[in-house]
Design a binder for this molecule. Sequence first.
Ligand code: IMP
Ligand code: MG
Length: 179
Amino acid sequence: MAVAEPPRIGRVLIAEAELRARVVELGRTISRDYAGQNPVIVGVLKGALVFMADLIRAMPIDLTTDFMALSSYGVETKSTGVVKLASDLSMPIDGRHVVLVEDIIDTGRTVSYLKRNLETRHPKSLRLCALLDKIERREVDVEIEYLGFTIPNVFVVGYGLDHAGLYRNLPYVAALDGV
Ligand code: IMP
Ligand code: MG
């Protein structure tokens, strides 16, 4: 029996320059909406790490950062729908404007869990900023107030997104073939 081929980096879906341009636009838009309000920008680790680092540097306003971490799927490439909070925010958010920053919305399960979780803490407002939207796969309705790109139903890596922990450091978003 043939041994299964390891996955390999395929077609580049979003090149570095395209990412940069769009992230700067998003940063400007969010900055206009939250100027003078010191929003809490909450990144979902680890996927949102790279996106958020670039996003906040495109936001010339007072802001605060915080992070939540979710337990990973391991090497699975499909959402199990089971989400576990591995690490929580470092401070309360009641009365604060919160922008949740995610790498990708797939089934929508992860982010709807997170939104419900954060709403119980009574933020003044809560909006979602996602780099990628794999809309074809949606199972749970989610409103994405700030979206980078809509992508087709392919597994992608790079710019923070991983497969089995690898490829987060690629400066572009590419399809991963053979997963
Ligand atoms: P959801 O709960 O199905 O929306 O899954 C969202 C999470 O699944 C994301 O935050 C990613 O960690 C992961 N994910 C979904 N699609 C991809 C992909 O194409 N590449 C890498 N990670 C993905
Ligand atoms: Mg993620």
